[in-house]
Design a binder for this molecule. Structure first.
Ligand code: MF3
Ligand code: CO
Ligand code: CO
Length: 263
């Protein structure tokens, strides 16, 4: 059930490419003074009218205790860990760091990816957090191949974050992905090498570590979505959608301007 057919994989490639292209398109718009609402509107319009696709976050995930997500992308600034809600008041300021997380549905399949942007001049400690978090993602991606285990992924992320005196958020995880936004398995960003699910060719899942400068604890704001660090420290996240291939991994959401991490 977790193995995609060749036909499904081809559709995952297309969805992943659209998600990656969306971030590349958005990059020049991420500037001091722009509102997160405007960034949302630019993405929504591009997904719907240019890509002829569907923004997966919009109205996603309603439960008895919270409404569905109200916007088409997630914009998470500074101490926001994930699921920040775009709005028309909040302007990006010089020195901010922001994660923009996009998920598109094309022909029934999902592509999910996020990256960090720096607004204006960003202090060295924040740059360091962003770099180490991307290294965590790349180190994890480099382990993906048939017969590797999910615990290997969590362990390498945790090891690299801790070596840099950062903490790993444990309340959110990567996930299987396909016709559903979030499918089994859960891909934890911490754990023990040699444990957990054994990977097989044809699996598709995300890795999306959230790394904090301070403590790992998070709290959810009253809007039911926005997750922030409890201690107010900065948080960073990078995400890719991946396919396990016969010999290793294919990054389905690799951007045209992104260097492939060395395997
Ligand atoms: N894109 C997020 C992820 O990586 C999920 C966002 S759910 C939403 O899994 F409802 F906030 F969009
Ligand atoms: Co995801
Ligand atoms: Co995402």
């Amino acid at each position: 059930m977790m193995i995609k057919t060749p036909e499904a994989i081809e559709k995952m490639r297309i969805a992943g490419k659209l998600a990656a292209e969306l971030l590349v398109m958005l990059e020049p718009h991420v500037q001091t003074g722009v509102t997160t609402g405007k960034l949302n509107d630019i993405c929504h319009d591009y997904i719907v009218n240019t890509q002829k696709a569907i923004p997966a976050p919009l109205n996603y995930g309603s439960t008895l205790s919270r409404p569905g997500f109200p916007k088409s992308i997630c914009t998470s600034i500074n101490e926001v860990v994930c699921h920040g809600i775009p709005n028309d008041q909040k302007k990006l300021r010089n020195g901010d760091i922001i994660n923009i997380d996009v998920t598109v549905i094309k022909d029934g399949y999902h592509g999910d990816t996020s990256m960090m942007f720096m607004v204006g001049r960003v202090p060295e400690y924040a740059r360091k957090l962003i770099t180490v978090t991307q290294e965590c993602l790349y180190k994890a991606i480099n382990l993906v191949k048939p017969d590797a285990r999910l615990g290997d992924i969590g362990a390498v992320i945790q090891k690299h974050a801790h070596a840099n005196h950062f903490s790993v958020v444990e309340d959110f995880a990567g996930h299987g992905i396909g016709q559903q936004f979030h499918e089994p398995p859960s891909v934890l960003h911490f754990g023990q090498a040699g444990t957990g699910l054994i990977l097989s060719e044809g699996m598709t899942f995300t890795i999306e570590p959230m790394i904090n400068i301070g403590k790992k604890q998070v709290k959810i704001k009253k809007d039911g979505w926005t997750a922030v660090t409890k201690d107010g420290s900065l948080s960073a996240q990078w995400e890719h959608t991946l396919l396990v291939t016969k010999t290793g991994v294919e990054i389905l959401t690799l951007r045209s301007n992104e260097k492939k991490p060395k395997i």
